[in-house]
Design a protein around this ligand. Structure first.
Ligand code: F6R
Length: 611
């Protein structure tokens, strides 16, 4: 979703805003713009399309003197992705500019009121309405700050909004309500942004803003006050351990490839401090969960890839952890008025920690008196802050829009949780083979990934011309099949459907023909014979099959398929962690071969902060 950056300090603001917007590109966008002060006047430059178009427009603009400004990448919600709808938007008098991420739900009503007062709008956006409303409020308010707050008090919905007005030179106001916004505190300079990478080269000192807070930055000075009554709010500064290397491509062609190849390190970091050896062998410590009672039932709620990670973990949480576990898609959860008992818990899984539907599910669960466990990657994100207990997945910044390493870390943590709850049961259930498999995973992955990349590239060449794909799997591989299909469609725009293999004969098998290949997950687990039969059914209908299998006793299994992709022998849980990058690499290679925008697929946003 939209990327936001604001700067006030001693450096030329515009190049810094553009650099920050590049670092927010991963969020997905279709137009961009900046506003800055030039000789006491407000200047706005915007362009449809990628940031290169904005940079071209700024060429030759003598904007280097400006040391305060705001910048935005827009992911269209209200109005087409064209230049007039790009942010920043100006007030009626053109003397203040705002950028915004979110949706002002009552904008139509406010717009009608303003039109009656003679306001003329140049775009179809809710943001322009808000800019005009601030301008209108300024006529009566004693200060800009008060006008900003008064307008925001009238706005319903979600927003992260940043204001620049030459009336107060070098000063930027920013406010947040249900959309991500944080402040970076540097030396003699401050930033506001939707995400940390925007200002990471300049500072790692961060102030997390809460809903209903307004920040004011002016060079080295910053303050936060309440939207409600403008009273000052004391905030603490947190240090972020990420460095720039973590957010750079590191020699890889794409962030996505880098993030796939990082998975051995991701598992190591996720396990770190959470697995210990004692007299009885390996033990899991998830001290964050110690204070919560063992839930009588766990509801996992998430979207997209994070949902697939939850689905993958369901079986482990039930069989190893002994916790009855149900899954919900976050965008459906709150609308079905779920029965949530107080002895149950809700676990929301989210890489970004900002997904609007997942956050709404969390809030609903809390309203109903349920404890909420948040599985999050982004430190200090809304979900991390609002959950009763947060377990960080520690995958590091995920820049590619398509989620890869985050799922690996979520699976690692869910497996640890299953073992943890197994330990807490009386009598304790121990699955030491599972824990040993997790310990050996980084090494196993690191040694398998290079060959997997080669195999994925070769298969991509053979199958990139397909227009549709089935992904089949059973048990935990069903979740992986869903994820494989999701990755292929979002990256390469090839239609793909993930199915539980056994469901094929209940309808989908009608689609099978030589033009509709199947990617079958046939790992070496208890369900292998069943999957083998399902593959036979596809082959019998002239379907082409890539079968992802594992060596047995040093040899590939006997299985009829057009292509066997053989993974090393491993514990069944570890095998899932091998299958995941195989699926990711296959989609990556197909998309790259087809020349698609791998890191920023069309129409997608990295963190979906609107419903
Ligand atoms: C797919 C993808 C999305 C996200 C989903 C949830 O590659 O990235 O499906 O998984 O939008 O996002 P988070 O995990 O940030 O809540």
């Amino acid at each position: 979703m939209c990327g936001i950056i604001g700067y006030s300090g001693h450096r030329p603001a515009v190049p810094l805003l553009i650099e920050g917007l590049h670092r927010l590109e991963y969020r997905g966008y279709d137009s961009s713009g900046v506003a800055f002060e030039q000789a006491g006047k407000l200047e706005v430059v915007k362009a449809a399309g990628k940031l290169a178009a904005l940079e071209a427009k700024l060429e030759g603009n003598p904007c280097l003197l400006a040391t305060a400004g705001i910048g935005h990448t827009r992911w269209a919600t209200h109005g087409l992705p064209v230049e007039r709808n790009a942010h920043p938007h100006l007030s009626q008098d053109g003397d203040m500019a705002i950028i915004h991420n979110g949706i002002i739900e009552n904008f139509q009503e406010i717009k009608e009121e303003l039109v009656e007062k003679g306001h003329v709008f140049l775009s179809e956006t809710d943001t322009e309405v808000l800019a005009h409303l601030i301008g209108e409020e300024r006529k009566a308010a004693p200060s800009l700050r008060e006008a900003f707050a008064a307008a925001l008090r009238r706005a319903h919905g979600a927003y992260a909004v940043v204001l620049l007005a030459p009336e107060e030179p070098g000063i930027i106001y920013a406010a947040r309500m249900a959309a991500p916004l944080l402040m970076g505190v540097g030396v003699g300079e401050c930033f506001v942004a939707s995400d940390i990478p925007a200002f990471l080269p300049y500072t790692r000192e961060v102030v997390f803003l809460e809903d209903g807070e307004i920040a004011r930055i002016e060079g080295a000075k910053w303050e936060v006050f309440s939207l409600k009554d403008l009273s000052p709010i004391a905030k603490s500064v947190s240090h972020i351990p990420w460095d720039m290397q973590a957010a750079a491509k590191d020699g890889y062609k794409h962030f996505m490839l880098k993030e796939i190849m990082e998975q051995p390190r991701v598992v190591t970091d996720c396990l770190s401090g959470r697995l210990h050896r004692d007299g009885e062998g390996l033990r899991v410590s998830l001290h964050e969960l110690d204070a919560l009672p063992v839930p009588s039932r766990l509801h996992i709620v998430a979207c997209g890839t994070s949902y697939n990670a939850g689905l993958w973990g369901q079986q482990l949480l039930e069989n190893v952890g002994g916790i009855p576990t149900v899954l919900d898609i976050a965008s459906e959860f709150r609308y079905r008025d779920p029965i949530l008992r107080q002895d149950e818990a809700v676990m929301v899984i989210s890489q970004s920690g900002e997904t609007a539907d997942t956050l709404a599910a969390l809030r609903l669960a809390k309203e109903k008196g349920c404890k909420v466990i948040g599985l999050c990657n982004v430190v200090g994100s809304s979900i991390a802050r609002e959950a009763d207990v947060v377990l960080y997945t520690q995958a590091g910044p995920e820049i590619s829009v398509a989620s890869t390493k985050a799922m690996c870390s979520q699976m690692t943590l869910v497996a640890l949780m299953a073992a943890y709850y197994g330990q807490r049961r009386v009598p304790a259930v121990k699955d030491s083979a599972l824990l040993h498999a997790l310990v050996g995973l980084p090494q196993l992955l690191a040694s398998a990934l290079p060959a997997m990349q080669e195999r994925a590239a070769a298969l991509a060449l053979r199958f990139a011309s397909a227009r549709s794909f089935f992904y089949l799997g059973r048990g935990q591989c069903h979740a992986l099949a869903l994820e494989g299909a999701l990755k292929l469609k979002e990256l390469s725009y090839i239609h793909a459907e993930g199915y539980a293999s056994g469901e094929m004969k209940h309808g989908p098998i009608a689609l099978i023909d030589p033009q509709f290949p199947t990617f079958a997950l046939a790992l070496d687990d208890a369900l292998y014979p069943k999957v083998k039969s399902n593959i036979q059914e596809v082959l019998a209908r002239q379907g082409r099959v890539i079968a992802l299998v594992q060596e047995r006793g040093g040899k590939a299994p006997e299985l009829a398929a057009e292509e066997l992709w053989v993974l090393p022998e491993a514990h069944p849980v570890a095998a899932s962690f091998l299958a995941l990058p195989a699926l990711q690499l296959f989609s990556y290679c197909v998309a790259d071969y087809l020349g698609k925008d791998v890191d920023q697929p069309r129409n997608l946003a990295k963190s979906v902060t609107v419903e």
